[in-house]
Design a protein around this ligand. Structure first.
Ligand code: GLV
Ligand code: MG
Length: 306
């Protein structure tokens, strides 16, 4: 998911040509306070002008403690709601933040004749309170589609002794300092059928470091990551898709298991040296689904005789 400062028409124009699944136009932390109000019109124009080529279209509004939040939502949705798929709500600390946005969205949709409930909500978990309430936030509305981890704000919120977002804090020489946070967000998302998305990596020229950080969350099961620069786009695409080998293997497992259960009528079967059962099928479905979504093609076919 590509982050695009809403106040910068040059970045908006560039964003149209990048090969990402989703993008958001930012009205929050990438926009200076003095530009917040003017940025709304630019965001509306960028959505209305289109050219986003099947990408999921989002806007990040300001958080609900600010004087900008309500008018961000009203201006963007009244004027460009038909060209918008989700709103990202930052710094969510409780279910009531999501209720507020859900209610306001419904009012606007009724007022301007948009289908009620189509616009989804992505909640950013960015501080200790948000993490503590992550379960109730995930369950707060049928509009909830995604939990997004906000590493920079989160690190600030817990007083982490580091300035490099997404990197292990110096001095913490054992394990992964973010494991608890990431796993908690991921489990809450999965428990409620939501996507889990990792936030930004700010050292934009260090693509190897981006790969390491993205590789960790992709390995856990996160669905994607924010990208800030074309250099990060390509890396993220590769990292969140399965390897060709894993994709082929997953499709073979699905074929072998389907053959075993329907033709041989057995619930457990061997594929080479590997024993497969129903749980193997579920694991394979995850990898195969990601591979198909990434446009991978099979290079091996199943032969029931082997
Ligand atoms: C993103 O919003 C972050 O705080 O990392
Ligand atoms: Mg943030």
């Amino acid at each position: 998911m590509l982050a695009v400062p809403g106040s910068n028409p040059r970045f908006v124009e560039k964003a149209r040509g990048l090969d990402v699944d989703a993008f958001f136009l930012d009205l929050e932390d990438a926009v200076a306070p003095s530009e917040k109000e003017a940025a709304r019109a630019g965001v509306v124009r960028a959505l209305e002008d289109g050219g986003w080529d099947g990408k999921v279209r989002s806007v990040r509004v300001n958080d609900i403690t600010t004087e900008w939040a309500y008018r961000d939502v009203i201006t963007v949705v009244e004027n460009a709601g038909a060209h918008l798929d989700t709103l990202i709500l930052p710094k969510v600390t409780a279910a009531r933040d999501v209720h507020w946005l859900d209610t306001l969205l419904t009012q606007i949709e009724r007022a301007v004749d948009l289908p009620v409930g189509r616009i989804g909500i992505e909640a950013q978990i960015e501080d200790a309170r948000g993490l503590t309430a992550v379960e109730e936030i995930a369950a707060a509305s049928p509009r909830m589609e995604t939990l997004v981890y906000g590493p920079a704000d989160f690190m600030a919120s817990i007083n982490m002794k580091s300035l490099v977002v997404g990197e292990q804090p110096p001095g913490y020489d054992t394990g992964d300092a973010y494991h608890h946070v990431l796993m908690r967000i991921l489990v809450a998302a999965r428990a409620h059928g939501l996507q889990a998305i990792d936030g930004p990596y700010l050292q934009i020229r260090d693509v190897d470091a981006f790969r390491r950080a993205a590789g960790r969350t992709a390995a856990l099961g996160f669905d994607g990551k924010w990208v800030l620069h074309p250099l990060q786009v390509e890396a993220a695409g590769e990292i969140f898709a399965p390897s060709q080998e894993d994709y082929d293997h997953a499709e073979l497992i699905l074929d072998a298991y389907a053959h075993a259960t329907t033709v041989d009528r057995r619930g457990a079967v061997m594929l080479g040296e590997e024993m497969l059962d129903e749980a193997s099928r579920k694991m394979a479905l995850v990898i195969a689904g990601k591979g198909r979504a990434a446009g991978l093609r099979r290079t091996r076919t199943f032969d029931p005789g082997t």
